[in-house]
Design a protein around this ligand. Structure first.
Ligand code: 5RP
Length: 231
């Protein structure tokens, strides 16, 4: 006898990431370039993108890892400086709130991610449901720092109420260090992003609030939900 369950199947985090990665293909503009983020969700997007590689002009990568993966799938990678328009950037996040402000940089690629996102017309954030939060800050905020400034930046971040911890054994694609700042409850992400940017020696920080996502594809067991800041 076939028993049909009416209960919804619980999807794993990987299946939710897979679902949003596939859903993001709908935002890729045929014949154009696409900006590609870094991390496990972005990697699933790259695999999905490979299925339509003959219908895009190529990609701009947000990290050396992403560049290698794109090229491994035969997708042509362009330098950002050689590109005059980039309709869409697709990337994951460590946390995202209803205003589409994000914490990013768990994979350490925050600076290049922020640069590519700044050029893109539209930022499509792809996350599983666990990343959606009311208040940002439970995930330690990554800050990329010039190595000789790390002690100074650490003191300044403590002044702002954070608890910075150097990311052990990690060097960014730009040759810098990451401080992961715990203990923050980020009630005004735009203000904190601006303040941290003003600390001498900071290259960039993982708050993406001044340039938030335009769309969030949120993976839930009920399907992929599309969120926008004005929803
Ligand atoms: C990398 C990032 C990633 O987008 C972020 O860490 C989320 O990663 P994942 O998709 O593996 O959960 O900002 O610097």
């Amino acid at each position: 006898m076939l028993i049909v369950s009416t209960r919804q199947k619980t999807m794993t985090q990987d299946e939710l990431k897979q679902a949003v990665a596939r859903a993001a293909l709908a935002y890729v503009v045929e014949g154009e370039l696409v900006g590609v983020g870094t991390g496990s969700t972005a990697r699933l997007f790259i695999e999905a993108l490979a299925g339509m590689k003959d219908r895009i002009a190529g990609a701009v990568a947000s990290s050396e890892d992403t560049k290698r993966r794109l090229e491994g799938h035969g997708i042509r990678v362009f330098e950002l400086n050689d590109v005059s328009s980039l309709p869409v950037y697709v990337d994951g996040a460590d946390e995202i709130n209803a205003e589409m402000h994000m914490i990013k940089g768990g994979g350490g690629a925050l600076t290049r991610e922020k640069i590519v996102a700044a050029v893109a017309g539209q930022f499509v954030c792809i996350v599983d449901g666990s990343k959606f939060v009311e208040v940002l800050g439970k995930f330690p905020l990554p800050v990329e720092v010039i190595p000789m400034a790390s002690a100074h930046v650490t003191r300044e971040l403590k002044e702002l109420g954070g608890a910075p911890v150097p990311r052990a054994g990690f060097v960014t694609d730009n040759g810098n260090l990451i401080l992961d700042v715990g203990g923050l409850q980020i009630l005004d992400p735009v203000d904190l992003e601006t303040r941290i940017n003003q600390i001498v020696g900071v290259v960039s920080n993982g708050l993406f609030a001044r340039r938030p996502a335009d769309v969030c594809l949120l993976g839930t067991s009920g399907g992929v939900r599309t969120l926008r800041a004005d929803d």
